[in-house]
Design a protein around this ligand. Structure first.
Ligand code: ZN
Length: 483
């Protein structure tokens, strides 16, 4: 289970590295570091201490599976010297954010060297649902793909990704403004194509929009020009001398309109919302692609793009946490050699705490009777926890919160709970727990408590740090199942 040899081995290697690090003068400025989500951010802060200025993109209680980056995120990334991500396709949105941000620092994969748990095909069946038609269109942006490398292997009829974003708006007749702002000092492109079509929903006209965007013919428009809903592609040309280039959108008759753009809104939205009515009030889409409706997991679509071949939740093993910490320490030491000794000192103290907690968790799990070691929770986030501590986890939802539990999966889970007399199920902070509560009702299982899978709690919650989180989860599980 916990390989002491591995720990000692890497500690020695790091100590050697530490000694060979040049002892330069103290840097005045803290190193600007971005970590993608709260758990990783906590680890990074422990190592970096006062020598880093840390921005964490997805904060406490946030769901990194379905995150939509903000313009502030793009700015933080563009200024970062070190960007630390989980990897294993956990942050499906990060590739686009990095491209949009002119990031020129060092990108570090915290899971580098972790032995990943292969994605269990049995769980992938959650995807055999309404999302398939989305996938077939192939316009989903895959974060790890480069722009020109989108998955064409499916042989989709129309060239994938003619547009990156589409929004459906319900509009009164009148005049609106649509603006494109510089993000990180530049426009995403000097020009961008856009199509506006009258439509009841996005899917009904997306093929038309793709054809228009791909055609050579387009109407060039510059700052101040008027746009209308019609079967034509506009080539919007941005004014480099202005921070924001604005176009007028004239709607002759009230109705629903789909806007298709070549870039994601976070690439052209800076301080102000991009779409406003004549009074200057923000106009929000009633639907968009990709769908970013966080509160309604399962309609997010794009199944299969938010997890790859491996389970990304590697931090759920304290043994893996040491690998995370080593990767972070090494990266910070390289970025700021003058403070390397401090980073290695912080590492040593932190790893000692991780090891002590590891022993505690092993002891807690040992108290759970062998036949009661099945943990039912909302989404499959605890594979590494299960492997490390000898528990079995079952979840109606797949590895990503974006996939949807099928009726068949739920029925099977209910059968399993009854057959194994599972006494408690556990809710998670980042997921919609209604399904789990329904399962508990139906089977008579108790709600055993709340587990923290993908995000820390607020400072006054039970899991404000990574170590608090791991202790809280282990205590909650052993208390509920151990009695
Ligand atoms: Zn997750």
């Amino acid at each position: 289970m916990f390989s002491r040899r591995l720990l000692l081995g890497s500690a020695t290697a790091l100590a050697a590295l530490s000694l060979s690090a040049p002892n330069l003068t103290q840097a005045d400025e803290p190193t600007r570091v971005v970590a993608t989500f709260s758990i990783l951010g906590d680890m990074v802060q422990r190592i970096g201490g006062e020598h880093i200025a840390l921005t964490t993109l997805v904060g406490p209680n946030g769901d990194a599976h379905v995150y939509q980056p903000s313009p502030a995120d793009a700015r933080a990334v563009s200024e970062a010297q070190v960007l630390i991500e989980n990897g294993l396709e956990f942050e499906g949105w990060l590739g686009r954010l990095v491209e949009a941000s002119d990031f020129s620092g060092v990108r570090v994969m915290a899971t580098d060297g972790v032995e990943p748990i292969a994605f269990d095909d049995g769980h992938d069946d959650h995807g055999e649902d309404k999302h398939d038609d989305h996938d077939d269109h192939g316009h989903d942006d895959h974060a790890e793909d480069k722009h020109d490398d989108h998955g064409h292997e499916g042989g989709h009829g129309h060239g994938a990704h003619a547009f990156e974003w589409a929004g459906l708006f319900e509009l009164e007749a009148g005049t609106y403004t649509w603006s494109f702002a510089k993000v990180g000092g530049d426009y995403a492109d000097p020009a961008m194509k856009m199509v506006i079509l009258s439509a009841d929903d996005i899917e009904a006209v997306e093929e038309t929009a793709e054809d228009l965007l791909e055609a050579d013919a387009s109407e060039t428009k510059t700052h101040g020009d008027a746009l209308a809903a019609k079967e034509a592609a506009y080539a919007l040309t941005f004014d480099a001398a202005k921070e924001v280039t604005t176009f007028t959108v004239t709607i002759a008759d009230a109705g629903k309109f789909a806007f298709f753009t070549e870039h994601m809104p976070f690439e052209f939205e800076a301080n102000e919302h991009f779409f406003k009515d004549a009074s200057g009030a923000d106009v929000e889409p009633i639907a968009q692609e990709p769908d970013v409706d966080h509160g309604d997991h399962g309609h997010g679509g794009h199944h299969g793009h938010d997890h790859g071949a491996f389970d990304p939740h590697a931090w759920q093993s304290l043994e893996n946490a040491v690998i995370y910490v080593d990767n972070v320490t090494e990266a910070l030491a390289k970025a700021d050699p003058a403070n390397a000794a401090s980073f290695y000192e912080n590492r040593a103290a932190y790893v000692a705490e991780i090891e002590a907690l590891q022993a505690d968790v092993v002891a807690m799990v040992a108290e759970i009777p062998e036949n009661k070691r099945t943990v039912v929770t909302s989404h499959d986030a605890f594979g590494y926890f299960a492997d490390s501590y000898g528990l079995t986890f079952a979840a109606p939802q797949g590895l990503s919160t974006e996939s949807e539990a099928s009726a068949k999966d739920v029925a099977e889970l209910i059968k399993q709970i009854r057959k194994e007399s599972i006494s408690a199920v556990f809710v998670e902070t980042i997921t919609d727990n209604r399904l789990l509560e329904q399962i508990a009702n139906e089977t008579g299982a108790a709600i055993g408590g709340t587990l923290y899978s993908d995000a820390l709690s607020d400072a006054d919650g039970p899991a404000p740090t990574y170590l608090d989180m791991m202790r809280h989860n282990a205590t909650t599980i052993s208390t509920a199942l151990g009695s």
